[in-house]
Design a protein around this ligand. Structure first.
Ligand code: ADP
Length: 637
């Protein structure tokens, strides 16, 4: 049985089978054709299988053996195909019959549902069934040559699945893909890439053409990035954002390119591929957001108020510059609830309660409380917070502003003081007039002849005082309503000052008013109103210098006009208050407030008059040394 020598494991198996017990009988009696084929089969490296005779008794080689899985082998050797492949017999029976009729059949990747490992599995084969002709021309059996392609097929399907997923992702993410062969510089891209670059979809891409679509200022950067990715020793990564210009639609597009170069064992790049993402809109949005952010910062940092932003839970995470400037703090001190440190500890619990309540309920917050400045002084601030909501109405932030209302508070105090002073000032003359009138009444009733001239003089004096206060108050109303009427005429300034001085000298008992006049000058203006200004300055000089008896009035020609000065040697005015005393209702609020009666409106009216005449009013003063008030008026032109 030389034909049965060798043949590997299956050779051994064939030799061990008791063929006499099979329809094939003893191998020595096999037909020469069968012997030749069995021998050829056993020495072949491709899977071969013979189904011999009408019974299709099976013989197979080592390469075929895996097709039989774990349950069909070794039982299959020497038994009928019908038995071994019962589960597919209905498929292959007709094919075998065809082969027995002298025909060959064969298919690539043919699927057979085999039950070879205890379960049914789809198996794929490239196979050929061919007849084995006996010398007499009859067909002795079927020769099967087969290569199992199940694994290849599965891999292919897996790959196709992955490709499909990849295609889907690329499609869904609106990505363009590219592949550059580093050896040939051949550049391939998907249709989207070609569209973006303004190339026909069936057009081959020449790298220089694609490169030309990159805007000039970006080209060098891109070239350098590609070179860096392809450089041996690099990790091959490539990421760069640049702008392309599409000449077909005349549009610019910002793209983000990402890719990877792969290197062979000699560290030479053999593949360089990746994607392009359209980031035009991202870039626009980012730019827009940046601009909005910058605009907000600029606005918030330039408004006079202190401002801040908190999270929905009240945790403050941003303050504007004014906050830091005013409080003299830095971001680190202020984070979260750090703002407590600039609060008045006595007021703080009240503030916190309202703030927390507002955060809990989502209602805006409005409150006045003191905040400590960098100079350690607490000033009153009107604080407002408003909730900022998202599209669904949920509070995402709180925006807070603190407005310094020191000035308003001061104005309020001034007004309150004014009212109390005004009632006092009006009441005094009225009381005096009433007292003298009653006295005169009593005298008249008694029928006695008594000197009443002095009493009448006092009544007139008090009535004048009342008239003057009422006139001042009316002036204020007129100024406020812009109805201050000027009866302008040309007059001699020194004469006018002299007149005023003489009048004032009469009533200002112990003070001597000295004068020092420059040359004469003509002025165009409202005589009475200028006298009113001078009277006011002289009466203040008298009033605020009780310990002295000198007042010096001077005129001086200066800068195309005349300067009048009224100097006293009285209590003086602190430097920082020099500006304020020309404000409405402003009185120096210290212990002297009630010592010197007044309504704080004389200098306000004086400054309005002077300004409306195109002049200036100012002062020089030192505490306890005295004050000099200056008025400059333009000369007649
Ligand atoms: P008043 O009726 O209170 O005198 P004014 O408007 O004339 O009002 O003056 C405003 C404030 O300026 C005064 O209350 C006083 O404190 C201060 N003042 C004005 N003139 C003098 C002065 N010559 N010396 C000191 N203080 C003055």
């Amino acid at each position: 049985m030389r034909f049965l020598t060798g043949g590997g494991e299956m050779g051994n198996l064939i030799r061990s089978v008791n063929w006499s017990a099979t329809p094939l009988g003893d191998p020595t009696d096999w037909s020469p054709t069968l012997k030749t084929h069995v021998s050829t089969m056993l020495h072949n490296k491709i899977g071969m299988y013979i189904a011999w005779g009408k019974e299709y008794i099976q013989l197979y080689n080592d390469a075929y053996r895996p097709i039989l899985g774990s349950v069909k082998h070794p039982a299959a050797m020497g038994i009928s195909t019908r038995e071994t492949f019962a589960e597919i017999w209905h498929i292959i029976e007709s094919m075998f019959a065809d082969v027995m009729a002298g025909n060959s059949v064969g298919f690539p990747d043919f699927m057979l549902p085999l039950e070879r490992n205890g379960f049914v599995e789809e198996c794929f084969f490239d196979f050929s069934y061919s007849p084995i002709f006996e010398i007499d021309g009859t067909v002795g059996g079927v020769l099967v040559t087969v290569i199992e392609t199940t694994e290849k097929k599965r891999n292919f399907e897996r790959l196709s699945d992955r490709q499909r997923q990849l295609d889907f992702t690329i499609e869904a993410a609106d990505l363009a893909t590219w592949d550059l062969d580093p050896k040939t510089n051949k550049f391939v891209g998907n249709d989207r890439l070609k569209k973006w670059f303004g190339l026909e979809t069936d057009e081959e891409i020449a790298l220089p053409v694609a490169f030309d679509r990159i805007i000039v200022q970006d080209r060098e950067r891109v070239a350098n990035a590609i070179e860096a990715a392809l450089k041996p020793g690099s990790d091959g990564s490539y990421e760069i954002e640049y702008t392309i210009f599409n000449p077909v639609n005349n549009k610019y597009k910002n793209v983000l390119a990402r890719g990877k170069a792969l290197f062979d064992k000699d560290d030479r790049p053999f593949k360089f591929s990746g994607i392009l993402q359209d980031v035009t809109s991202f870039a626009d949005i980012t730019k827009h957001l940046k601009e909005v952010g910058e605009r907000f910062e600029t606005m918030a940092n330039n408004m006079p108020n202190l401002a801040w932003i908190a999270h929905a839970d009240g945790w403050i995470y941003w303050y504007n510059k004014q906050w830091y400037n005013y409080t003299g703090t830095v971001a680190k001190d202020m984070e979260g609830w750090g703002w407590k440190s600039v609060h008045d500890p006595i007021e703080f619990p009240r503030v916190l309660k309202v703030y927390e309540e507002s955060i809990k309920t989502g209602h805006p917050f409005e409150m006045v409380f003191p905040i400590k400045g960098a100079d350690g002084i607490f000033r009153p601030f009107l604080t407002r917070t408003v909730p900022i909501k998202n599209d669904t109405g949920e509070i995402i932030n709180w925006l807070g502003t603190n407005t310094d209302i020191t000035k308003q508070k001061e104005a309020e105090t001034l007004k309150e003081n004014f009212l109390s002073m005004a009632s006092h000032e009006l009441k005094t003359p009225v009381t005096t007039i009433k007292a003298y009138a009653q006295l005169l009444e009593t005298i008249a009733a008694s029928g006695e002849a008594m000197p009443i001239g002095e009493m009448l003089q006092k009544i007139v004096k008090q009535a004048d005082k009342l008239t003057s206060i009422i006139e001042d108050l009316l002036d204020i109303t007129k100024i406020q309503k812009n109805k201050f009427v000027f009866n302008n005429a040309v007059f001699n300034f020194n004469e006018l000052v002299n007149e005023a001085v003489e009048d004032m000298q009469r009533i200002s008992g112990r003070h001597t008013i000295e004068t020092n006049f420059d040359s004469n000058i003509e002025i165009h203006g409202d005589r009475d109103k200028i006298i009113q200004v001078i009277n006011n300055l002289i009466s203040n000089a008298v009033k605020y210098s009780p310990q002295s008896d000198r007042i010096i009035i001077a005129t001086r020609l200066l800068d195309g006009g005349v300067q009048l000065s009224v100097q006293d040697f009285g209590i003086g005015i602190e430097g920082k208050k020099h500006q304020n005393i020309f404000e409405q209702f402003y009185r120096i609020s210290d212990s002297s407030q009630y010592t010197f009666p007044g309504l704080g409106i004389g200098l306000y009216i004086a400054s309005e008059i002077v300004t409306l005449l195109g002049g200036k009013i100012w002062l020089e003063s030192e505490m306890n040394k005295g004050s000099t008030f200056y008025v400059w008026l333009p000369a007649k032109t």
